[in-house]
Design a protein around this ligand. Sequence first.
Ligand code: DLL
Length: 435
Amino acid sequence: MLFNIKLETLPREELEALQLRRLQDLCNRLYANVPFYRKRFNEAGISPADIRSLKDLRLLPFTEKQDLRDHYPYGLFAVPRDNIVRLHASSGTTGKAVVVGYTARDLETWSELAARSLSAAGVTRSDVVHVAYGYGLFTGGLGAHGGAETIGATVVPASGGATKRQAHLLRDFGATVLCCTPSYALHLWEAGQEVGIDFRDLPLKIGVFGAEPWTEAMRHDIESKMGINAMNIYGLSEIMGPGVSMECVESKWGLHIWEDHILPEIIDPVTGEQLPPGEKGELVLTTLTKEGIPLLRYRTRDLTWLDYTPCKCGRTHVRMARLQGRSDDMLIIRGVNVFPQQIESILLDSEGITPNYQIIVDRQNNLDTLEVQVEVVDSLFADEIRKLQKLETQLQKTIKEFLGVTAKIRLMEAHSIERSQGKAKRIVDKRPKDE
Ligand code: DLL
C-alpha cells in the first residue's frame, strides 16, 4: 500500500532534481543560521553556491555524533527555540545525551514518513496498531504513534513494560499490528504463552520491528511463532526517529529510504570516501527538509549497502540492505543504546574498583542480558561480604539510572579477567550474529 503515491513513485530524474533543490536550500539555511556549519563551510573553503549538482555533496563536511554532544543541548538548532514544539533525546549520561528538536513542520514530515513506512508494511486505516515501543524521550513510541494516527488506524499507545498485561491487551483490543523491538516481540509472545494466549489465534498479522539489530533467522522465528509478517523498520533520533527507511511487503528485501526528505550515501568508514552503489560501507544521511536541527552528511556508523534497482512495489526510492553491524562499538541492549565508555566511566567513579572490566552481552529467553564483570582491589575483596554487596547494588543502581538498562554486576578478584597484549577486549557479545 502506497501512502503518497506521487512522491513514492517519483521518476528518478525528478526525485534527483528535487533533492538538489532541497540540498541547496539546506546549505543556505545552515550557512545563515548555524554558526557551527558556517565555520565548517569556511574551513573547507566552500560556500553554499558551490553546490551545483548532487555530485558536489562529497565536498561538504560530515557531521558526527560528537558534534551534537559538543553542542548540547541546543547549539546546532537552526531555528529560534520558540519554533521548536517537541524535544527528543537519545540515551547517554547527563550532559552528553543527544538532543533533537522538531518544529511543527518537522513533526508533520515525520508523521508522513512514519505513515509511508507503516503503509509499506501493509498497515491501513482499518488496523488496530499496538505500539509497544517506549514513549518518552526515545523516538520509538511517539514516532510509530504519529505514523499510525496519520494513516487513520486505531492506535493503542501501550509503551513498554507490564508485559503480561500487554498480552491481554493485544487479545482484548484485537490488535492487528504490533510495533516494538524484535526482542520485545518475542518476550511478549512468551508472556502470552504463560497466560494462555496463543498469538496465532489472534487477528495479529503485521509486526513493525526495529531499533536494534536482528537477523533473518530471528524474523523467521517470530513469523512462525506469531503467524505474522515481521517487517523491518529503521531510524535514528538524530535524523528523525523510526521511519527513515522501511521494508515493503511486496519484496520484503531492503528498506526504502524516503529520499525526497533524506539523502543517503555510503562511505568508507576509514577514509570517508564515497563508495559506489552496491558496495558495503557506512551509511551517511543528510536531512533535506528538516528545520529544527538539520544535519549535513550525518555519519550513522551503521553499515549497509544501497540497491538502486527497481523494486516490484513500484516505489522509486532506493533500498538499503538490513544493517550489517556498526562501525563503532555502541551496544544496543533491549533497544537502548549503551556505549562501553559510559559503563567504564561509571565504574571508574566508584571506590575500590580497578579499570579491569569486561562487558558480557547475551540473550536469554529472547531478551538481551548485560553483565559487567569488574575486578576490585585486593583489600576490598578481603573485607566483609556486606561491603561487596553494597558496592554491587550501588553500581547496578547507577548504571540503571544513567543508561536505563539493568546490568548484573560481578565483582571479581584482582587479575581474574584475562589481559590482552594489544587492545583490551572489553566486550563479549554472545548474541546470535547475522547469518
Ligand atoms: O532506535 C529509532 C527507532 C525506533 C527505529 C523504533 C526503529 C524503530 P536511536 O535510539 O537513536 O533511534 O537508535 C538508532 O539503532 O543507528 C541503528 O544502529 C539501530 N537501529 C535502528 N533501527 C534498526 C534496525 C531508534 N531496523 C540506532 N536494524 C541506529 C538494526 C537498527 N539496527
